[in-house]
Design a protein around this ligand. Structure first.
Ligand code: ATP
Ligand code: MG
Length: 480
């Protein structure tokens, strides 16, 4: 069909060229008359409108969202029509996603109107060697439809295609875990700021050992946030939420982040601040994050000189230690300090970037800081509005233990539970330690043995804690 159409159009183009060339020989009125007839003729033989959607648009050659949505949309309709398809895998290799190959055509029907989609690519014109995969060839989709349906196609149909395409993208999307690459590995404008892996952490709110009430409260908060697009727009605030997770090591802070990402189906951006050169690099990194994501800065107290106090204290300790150090140790220490001082991200820089980034980016984002020492953090960093919710991850309690016993041993109730509840009171064992004890170490070790081991460990821990407390008390009394 297109070949015939092309031939007709070229004949008309020749006719028009001749008309244009010799028009000065014709009287003015006849010239206008012929031009009108010619236009009618072209409209008659080619009543179609074409819209082209390029893969890369704009000066910065950003990948077009419309192109991606169309690609996804056509992945369903084209599989029924097109003969040449391309295959890719999604969702942990669970499903195959098919899309149209170049120079294929498919027909789609919308409200009884036929439209035609064609895929193609424009090859580079010059033979110069390019270092960019983007400039080498330009892929596009071309939509053709009868001009009588211009209104319905350009409005309703395209809206329908974009909406469906985005829905398919969400369905096929593999969640990713991004980690920042050191800036020395960034090459020009190539997207190497973030390295990525498929995010496959198994932690969920069901496997998290924390009190049920707290768990439900956090889940409710997250779901409310993720559905809050209209609410945030109404109150004129950026669609973001900050969480501060604090608690001793092994209490499940990192597991909680994974559970949050799994609950909301968000990507995770894990920022290692110590490899970020300065504030402007941090800004670049954050600007590149996408919506529906959780931005994580773990151990925030260790990543930055947050309060100034840490540095001063360190300097004081170091000065004293230096007096005793030999020259080789001193040199080693200096080299280490130089490496450590690689990151010049400052607290105020971090705050500015965090506050600014929300206004610059669309789409929902959660930012999470974790720390073992909440008291060390600068109040400016964790004030309400920046970190909206503070979640304390605490030592294991009996309620949390029951979750671990179910996960690790498949035991939901046992005669030893009464004793365990009793010994848990007043102990400080992290869920990570409890989980380790509950994990059978050999084939012979059954659930009951693990529970008995736990009781023994808890009792031993309790005794040593009591002894330590007594010692301290004695110390205070003696000093007094
Ligand atoms: N609350 C919890 N519920 C379930 N499992 C937990 C919990 N806390 C710890 N664990 C187990 O212990 C391991 C370590 O936990 P996790 O890394 O989440 O602790 P963390 O608080 O991030 O520790 P750190 O402060 O050292 O980073 C996890 O792999 C998990 O199996
Ligand atoms: Mg952690």
């Amino acid at each position: 069909m297109w070949t015939e159409l092309g031939a007709t159009i070229s004949s008309l183009a020749v006719a028009f060229f001749m008309l244009d060339k010799y028009s000065h020989c014709l009287p003015y009125i006849l010239r206008g008359y012929l031009a009108r007839i010619f236009r009618k003729l072209v409209n008659f033989v080619n009543p179609y409108v074409e819209i082209t959607f390029l893969e890369y648009t704009g000066e910065r050659l950003k990948r077009s969202d419309a192109f991606l949505a169309i690609q996804n949309y056509l992945s369903t309709s084209s599989t029924q029509n097109a003969r040449k398809l391309m295959a890719d895998v999604a969702n942990d290799s669970q499903s195959v996603v098919l899309s149209m190959r170049e120079h294929e055509e498919v027909t789609d029907v919308f409200n009884g109107v036929n439209v035609w989609w064609a895929s193609g690519k424009i090859l580079p014109q010059s033979t110069t060697i390019s270092f960019s995969h983007i400039t080498e060839e330009k892929r596009y989709y071309k939509l053709t439809f009868d001009k009588h349906y211009r209104e319905i196609i350009t409005k309703s149909y395209l809206q329908h295609v974009l909406k469906k395409g985005k829905e398919i993208a969400v369905k096929n999307r593999q969640r990713m875990l991004y980690t920042n690459n050191p800036s020395k590995d960034w090459h020009g404008w190539m997207p190497t700021k973030w390295g990525s892996l498929v995010f496959e952490h198994p932690s969920t709110f069901d496997t998290l050992a924390i009190k049920t009430q707290k768990k439900d409260e956090i889940k409710k908060d997250l779901i409310k946030f993720s559905k809050g697009k209209d609410y945030y727009a109404k109150i004129g605030k950026a669609w973001k939420r900050g969480y501060l997770l604090h608690g001793p090591p092994g209490t499940g802070k990192s597991s909680m982040i994974a559970a949050m990402a799994n609950l909301l189906d968000y990507d995770v951006y894990d920022i290692e601040l110590t490899t970020v050169k300065d504030n402007s690099e941090l800004r670049k990194l954050l600007i590149e994050t996408k919506g529906k994501s959780i931005i994580v800065i773990e151990d925030i107290d260790c990543s930055l000189d947050l309060t100034g106090q840490r540095k001063k204290r360190k300097e004081k300790d170091d000065d004293e230690a230096d007096k005793e150090k030999d020259p080789i140790s001193k040199l080693k220490k200096e080299a280490e300090e130089e490496r450590e001082s690689g990151s010049k991200v400052t607290l105020s820089g971090l705050l500015n970037v965090i506050d600014g980034i929300w206004s610059a980016c669309g789409g929902e984002r959660i930012i999470i800081f974790t720390t073992n020492y909440v008291d060390k953090l600068d109040p400016a960093l964790i004030r309400r509005g920046r970190m909206d919710k503070h979640i304390e991850m605490s030592y294991c309690c009996f309620e949390a233990f029951k979750v671990l016993a179910k996960n690790y041993l498949d035991i939901e109730s046992h005669e030893l539970f009464g004793k365990i509840e009793e010994v848990f009171a007043g102990t400080k064992m992290s869920p990570a330690d409890v989980a380790d004890i509950l994990m059978p170490k050999s084939e012979e070790q059954d659930g009951e043995t693990c529970l008995k081991n736990l009781i023994a460990d808890l009792e031993a821990g309790k005794k040593s804690e009591e002894a330590a407390l007594l010692e301290t008390k004695d110390g205070v009394v003696t000093e007094g």
